[in-house]
Design a protein. Structure first.
Lengths: 1016, 222
């Protein structure tokens, strides 16, 4: 290598995909510049109300990630910034970034909100998708990171007209800077990850939708804002026209997707079916009365992800109406209230129906500047302007050292974007393995003071949070009250306790007053506790000696109309926090030495990719495979959906893995037992009957899945009936296809049935690929596909279109009238109802291909028993969180890739395998792991071994020891406190949440009540 | 172990009203394992009662305490001051403990905080079932390890009665017929011939019918 690599990476785009890549890299030894065009990170996910399939609040799960990015020592946020040029080559790029003027000095801004309050200029809020207003001086949203205000120069009256400066007058810290100028910054990085996201399809130019003219017709993103608690109607859903609750609501699917005539977006946007289902389900929760009439107008329902089909079934059960139609004319209702639309039913009847409100399920598009970005970076795009990638290296762009993740490479949902972001991090780290840790910073703290045995000297800091708290709670009175509490030697009120200035002030006060405990009465510890812990550590105190009283989220925000009671409650909250912290003890973090070795279980495509991605980063890897041969299912796959041949790629991959000095491959191997936890697992394996033991820091499960053996449609009884993989073999060799006249495919064989309620995701694409191959090879043949919903999601939709153009005939069936397959006089027949003719049809076919379900392997249960990880109801291994932790398992240090997680095509398996390597590298790149000291401690002397903890602990940390009594493995403990809750002997106590502290809190709460209580 | 169930808080509140100083007193053995009357439960209950006192403006002082077992003199030493302070002791022990306090401290009022239920086992977390009635003469060697005294409603000794239907008892469709269980188990053990043996009429004098019982161990053994 001529140039020396640079141990820093630039991530372009601060949405969830960019954030994921940035955190993975920053956590595994690289310095990251995170470039975001808007004033704050979070992207589209921050705008969403809930997320499918779990209906988790989007902001609640995203916000901790935002905070982590904002606080990370090895992430530099560059907001209001755009990359303008990238020169140099992989390993050493020079990147120029245009950083636009903020007009507010972020070092001085304490986010008090005065500028926004005084700013006279209103503009449409981009964050609220135009459904609400913001000022020219504003923040994107309350939880935005960085929490720094910005002035929109294009709207600001002073900047545009030279008069106003109201914000400057009222800013308490002099942060307004109208002299601020755009600047160009230069950075050196080893690689670039592109994650600029997407824009939603704009229906305005297409007048038949009536969008823009009909007030009660909104896009799905606008509807998210209407539903959202931090949106323009604060979660109380009303329609735009008359601000009344809509009762009858319609969703129109495929607006700007699967659309050849009206726009060129012939692809499927992959996410709209699921978000419409989610919105419909969430809508009924938002409306009072519960008599909502919800209808979804769709073409094919595409619920092809893990647990998605169950959401579809739930929606059907809850009375959501599904209409297979594409409304063609939408007209405003009388007095512009509501709307009416015309659609044709499947029976050919034309119906005109009125609704209170309708939502256009708009598709995803490459952002408008995608063209410029790609041109500037010198990377290729595909015909839809998405960044061109290969199925065999799904995050690699056409320029070496530049990777892409998220919707910029094609429509996808959040979990897939998160998977790809980790994959991009892995590929970056792989190319920069030699410079890991060279630019990453490490924080140093002063030595810790010994406060054990000292009487508590508590300092209380009461935050005004601008007007957030002080607007409702009398913070001065709370501060004065705090001074009277036992152990408190100092109390003061701050405008913003979390501001950087205040941190310095707190440090100074701690030293001057010899404080040994601190209470912060402000907001939630979820976002802010780590920061205050850090402030204590910088002041020489143990970080666990701080407690927070949440007088904002749990008080001022919910008691705005009752300020007196709110103040009384705030006093109680502070008193309780003081009582708790008085009993807090300095805690030591647990350190675990990391065994620098990975165990990869399964030598199929996913396992091979994970192994190679880890080994190329220098991590020793043990790959175990139960069969004699590596390759798994991929050995039987001819090509990817994009037509890339799999065979050569796989052979090359196997060769690389088998010859890699860092990989030891162990075939015909099974797992016997396992012990340990993150950082130091020990697994005993049996190789050809010989048992041995492997110590490893992490494990990746890539045990695969398999094509099921159908039990219907004469499979196994007639040699003309095949599964997909069997038919692929026929296609690949011999003349069986050329000789035959007619072919049929039946979809959903064993999938989406009551006994196996999930969609196998890959079969629709597999079928259309097969049908195309047949028609091309044998143009005189006839090909029929019997299907329920065609689910060629994303750009795979083009294959479906191509198949239809080639004359493949698609016949839809429903679960209660499945096709019948029979043999008569030696001929193979299929009988079914044709949905277009509305008549039964009967065909004679030479070959029948069954799209057999992809099923999990039985071995998964064994892994669950040994490693205590989770399995879903269908038998697939479970991820820690379906949205934001799609590669981690619930047990720390275990990761998941490929079909054992859920059926998925080659490109998604590869991405997840690379992602698993990235997540694993976060652990393996460290010599030691620091685990929280806030865990449960076990006192074996007073333990009665009643086994309540043993039965209740979800992490398996209590165990029956060699004496037959209960002991505790602290490394597995997360401090959740369930054991302490159930232990009748109080042998378990969570550090700093001990019972004596809780009781002291209860007593501090009841004390005044007691004193003020009227005598009996 | 001895299984009990804490009385409803309203009943307890009514019981302690009228006293000035109440000690909520845990017993940290059997009733602690069944999560009803241990020292921790005493702490929780005392806290609840203090809140109630505050809410109702009642001038009752409530303390909590507890010892390892309320059925042995020696353990009470550590609780002497607490008991001295109180004018009523709300014992969370089984009936044995409550009576032990009443007997040991003639000047104090002993109140039961628990309903003592039975001697039982922990089938699953939160599920305790009765398995022994202390009849004084164990016959489990004759009945395949399943006790017809505690588990048959009629406590009969030689096979099921006419009320046994499809393996269930006539008093409750959920309840297994103990004799069906005995038969099934004998069969599984290949010892069905033992069922032929007639068990003689049970001597109930060793049970409660013979009056309160007593065990006197010889000096060396105790």
């Amino acid at each position: 290598m001529a140039n020396k690599n640079v141990g820093a990476v630039m991530v372009v785009g601060g949405g969830i995909a960019g954030i994921g890549a940035a955190l993975d890299l920053a956590d595994s030894g690289y310095f990251v510049y995170l470039v975001e065009k808007s004033p704050g990170i979070g992207g589209t996910m921050a705008q969403l109300d809930k997320t499918f399939p779990t209906n988790d609040c989007a902001m609640c799960i995203l916000s901790p990630k935002l905070v982590e990015c904002g606080r990370h020592l090895n992430i530099e946020l560059l907001t209001l910034s755009e990359v303008t040029s990238v020169t140099g080559s992989a390993g050493d790029f020079t990147v120029e970034v245009l950083k636009r003027a903020r007009y507010i000095d972020p070092d001085k801004c304490i986010a008090c909100g005065s500028c926004t309050e005084k700013c006279p200029r209103k503009a449409d809020s981009e964050f609220d998708a135009g459904m609400g207003k913001r000022k020219a001086a504003y923040i994107k949203y309350a939880q935005t990171v960085p929490l720094k205000y910005v002035i929109d120069g294009s709207q600001c009256i002073y900047i545009q007209k030279g008069r106003c400066k109201a914000c400057e007058k009222f800013c308490p810290t002099g942060a307004i800077n109208f002299e601020d100028k755009d600047e160009t910054l230069t950075f050196h990085v080893g690689s670039v990850i592109l994650a600029p996201g997407f824009s939603t399809f704009d229906p305005k130019p297409f007048d038949f939708f009536g969008y823009g003219r009909i007030p009660d017709l909104v896009t799905s993103l606008e509807y998210e804002r209407l539903l959202s608690a931090n949106g323009p109607c604060m979660g109380h859903l009303v329609r735009p026209s008359d601000h009344r609750e809509p009762k009858k609501i319609a969703w129109i699917q495929c607006v700007g997707s699967r659309s050849t005539n009206r726009c060129n977006n012939t692809y499927c946007s992959s996410v709209c079916c699921m978000y419409a289902l989610k919105q419909a389900l969430v809508t009924s929760e938002h409306l009072t009365g519960g008599n909502a009439e919800l209808s979804i107008f769709y073409m094919d329902m595409r619920s092809h992800g893990k647990e998605f089909e169950r959401v579809y079934e739930t929606a059907k059960q809850k009375g959501v109406r599904f209409v297979r139609a594409r409304p063609h004319t939408i007209l405003p209702g009388r007095s512009d209230l509501g709307l009416s639309m015309v659609y044709a039913t499947e029976q050919g009847e034309q119906i005109n129906e009125s609704f209170d409100m309708a939502i256009l399920s708009v598709g995803l598009e490459a952002p408008p500047d995608a063209q410029n970005i790609c041109k500037m970076l010198g990377i290729e795009q595909n015909k839809f302007r998405f960044v061109k990638t290969s199925c065999l290296d799904p995050v690699k762009t056409s320029r070496e050292g530049i990777y892409a993740t998220g919707v910029i490479t094609g429509p996808k949902d959040i979990p897939q974007a998160v998977v790809e972001s980790s994959a991009a991090a892995a590929q970056s780290a792989r190319s920069l393995a030699d410079v890991r840790g060279t630019l990453a910073k490490k924080k140093q703290y002063p030595p810790e003071l010994d406060v054990l045995g000292q009487d508590p000297r508590i300092g209380v800091f009461v935050c005004s949070c601008g007007i957030n708290i002080a607007g409702t709670v009398d913070v001065k009175a709370v501060t004065e009250y705090a001074k009277t509490l036992p152990g408190v030697v100092f109390a003061e009120n701050n405008l913003f306790t979390c501001s950087t200035d205040t941190q310095k002030l707190i440090s100074q006060i701690i030293r001057e007053n010899n404080l040994n405990r601190v209470v912060i009465a402000a907001c939630t510890p979820r976002t802010h506790e780590p920061m205050f812990q850090d402030t204590l550590k910088e002041s020489g105190l143990n970080g666990y000696l701080v407690e927070m009283a949440n007088i904002r989220n749990q008080n001022s925000w919910v008691h705005q109309s009752e300020p007196q009671k709110a103040t009384a409650k705030a006093k109680k909250q502070v008193a309780m926090a003081v009582a708790q912290v008085a009993g807090s003890r300095p805690l030591a973090n647990i350190t675990v030495e990391v065994v620098p070795r990975a165990l990869v279980v399964g030598g199929g495509l996913a396992g091979l990719v994970t192994s190679l991605t880890l080994a190329d980063q220098g991590f020793e890897t043990v790959l175990v495979e139960k069969e004699q041969k590596l390759g798994g299912n991929a050995l039987h796959i001819n090509t990817t959906w994009q037509g890339e041949p799999v065979g050569g790629f796989l052979a090359d991959l196997i060769k690389k893995v088998e010859n890699h000095p860092k990989i030891s491959v162990s075939k015909q191997t099974s797992i016997l037992s396992a012990t340990g936890s993150v950082g130091h697992f020990s697994t005993s394996i049996s190789v050809n009957g010989q048992s041995s033991s492997v110590d490893h820091g992490i494990a990746v499960f890539a045990t695969g899945g398999q094509e099921s053996r159908p039990e219907e449609y004469l499979y196994g009884q007639d040699s003309r009936v095949h599964t997909h993989l069997e038919f692929d073999a026929l296609l690949a060799g011999g003349d069986a296809v050329d000789k035959a006249q007619s072919f049929a495919f039946i979809q959903c064989v064993g999938s989406r049935e009551p006994q196996r309620p999930y969609c196998s995701r890959v079969c629709c694409t597999h079928t259309v690929k097969g049908a195309i191959a047949v028609r091309k090879k044998n143009p005189d043949s006839s090909v029929f596909v019997f299907y329920r919903d065609i689910r060629t999601y994303g750009e795979r939709e083009d294959l479906y279109t191509e198949a239809r153009n080639l004359g493949v005939i698609f016949v839809r069936y429903s679960l209660d009238s499945k096709p019948q397959v029979f043999v008569e006089d030696g001929a193979l027949y299929i009988k079914a109802m044709d949905h277009v003719l509305q008549m039964p049809i009967q065909l004679e076919v030479d070959h029948l291909v069954l799209a057999a379900a992809i099923v999990p392997r039985q071995e998964n249960q064994g892994l669950v028993d040994l490693y205590k990880c989770g399995l879903n109801a269908d038998g697939f291994l479970n991820e820690a969180h379906p949205k934001l932790r799609p590669v981690d398992m619930s047990v720390e240090g275990l990761f998941i890739a490929g079909l054992c997680h859920y059926p998925k095509p080659v490109e998604e398996s590869i991405a997840q395998a690379q992602a698993a390597a990235s997540r694993a590298a976060v652990v393996l790149s460290k010599k030691t792991l620091m685990l929280s000291g806030k865990i449960s401690k076990h006192n074996r002397d007073i333990c009665m071994s009643c086994l309540a903890c043993f039965r209740a602990c979800p992490y398996g940390s209590p165990f029956i020891d060699k004496d037959g009594r209960v002991s505790h493995n602290e490394v597995k403990c997360t401090g959740c406190g369930i054991c302490a809750g159930v232990c009748p002997a109080k042998a378990f106590q969570v550090e700093n949440y001990r019972d004596d502290q809780i009781l002291a809190m209860v007593d501090s709460y009841t004390k005044d009540l007691w004193e003020n209580a009227p005598a009996r | 172990m001895i299984v009990g169930k804490q009385k409803p808080i309203d009943d307890i509140w009514e019981m302690i009203s009228g006293y000035q100083k109440v000690l909520v007193f845990g017993c940290n053995t059997c009733v602690a394992v069944c999560h009803q009357g241990g020292n921790k439960e005493a702490e929780i209950l005392a806290s609840l009662l203090r809140m109630r006192a505050t809410q109702e403006g009642a001038g009752i002082q409530i303390k909590n305490g507890g010892i390892e077992r309320q059925c042995e003199h020696e353990f009470f030493e550590s609780a002497r001051d607490d008991i001295e302070w109180a004018d009523a002791v709300l014992s969370l022990a089984c009936g044995v403990g409550v009576q032990f306090i009443a007997g040991k401290y003639p000047a104090k009022v002993a109140l039961p905080g628990l309903d003592t239920l039975f001697m039982g086992d922990v089938q699953a977390p939160g599920l305790l079932t009765e398995a022994c009635q202390g009849c004084g003469k164990c016959i489990l060697h004759l009945t395949a390890g399943i006790c017809p005294i505690s588990r048959c409603a009629k406590r009969i000794m030689n096979g099921p009665c006419g009320g046994s239907t499809k393996g269930k008892c006539e008093i409750n469709k959920e309840l297994d017929c103990a004799w069906q269980l005995i038969l099934d188990r004998l069969e599984a053990l290949g010892r069905l011939d033992e069922y032929e043996r007639v068990i003689p009429v049970k001597d109930w004098s060793t049970e409660r019918a013979g009056g309160p019982r007593k065990l006197v161990m010889d000096k060396e053994a105790s």
